[in-house]
Design a protein around this ligand. Sequence first.
Ligand code: C2E
Ligand code: MG
Ligand code: MG
Length: 249
Amino acid sequence: DSAIDNKEFKVYYQPVIDIHTEKIVSAEALVRWIHPEYGFIPPDRFIPGLEETGLVSKLDMYVFSETSRFIKERSDNNQFIVPISTNLSWMDFYDTNMLDNLLVNLKQEGGPHGYVRFEVTETSYAGMAEKNHSVLKAFKDAGASILIDDFGSGYSSFSTITEYDFDILKLDMGFVRKIGKNSKIGSVIHAIIDMAHHMDMRVIAEGVETEEQISFLRRHGCDYVQGYYYSKPLPMEDFAKMLNEQQSA
Ligand code: C2E
Ligand code: MG
Ligand code: MG
């Protein structure tokens, strides 16, 4: 609670790039804890603990409002902005208050329609009670898109995507890592992308670090890429600068 009050959590933004035009088309909000004593702490170090205690929902709410504020400020000032996704923890779906709040905030401060996105992992979707599927639908009706994160890393991938109309599928980094190292990976990536397109989803490949991976993904029909090859997650000011550069180009 005090870390939130003291603004120790910082939202970083990682650009998502159109694989054909190589322009920024969206971004993902990723939280970092800048601790006064321990310095920079990555989310993998504190999210699991916050999930155990249920505190993660407060943090997710905070990240969402920071992101909405960024979107709204830029669009109010007629500056170029792209849709930005916020990660939702599986824990959030057990917190009815948080979900209600999120929906109210989405309607009130979500900024222009179509710029808010939520990322849900297949594990959290699989563990979700049936009634929460309607929560996702309510988010969608309020103008948000729903992304399935880390697709292919869990156990229930295929049943998950038959049960809900996700807008975008994020191909897990684990697949991208295997490009050029595993001869079967091409068939799997190609099949997932093809299937996603047949289901009206676009595909973002995560963790793209090399030219070889990009040309491979392009050949296999991938739509968007996100990874260190183009940019690491950036503090808000640096990400804003990138958007400004693209706007003036
Ligand atoms: P994620 O949602 O799958 O986010 C993608 C992760 O991949 C990020 O790690 C990002 O920095 C990293 N990444 C991006 N491109 C590359 C690359 O080219 N190479 C490599 N090696 N890594 C890359 P990060 O920021 O450490 O976040 C880790 C996880 O923590 C996220 O995975 C997400 O599950 C969780 N997380 C982050 N922010 C939040 C948040 O605000 N709320 C919740 N609930 N979870 C969050
Ligand atoms: Mg994510
Ligand atoms: Mg991911």
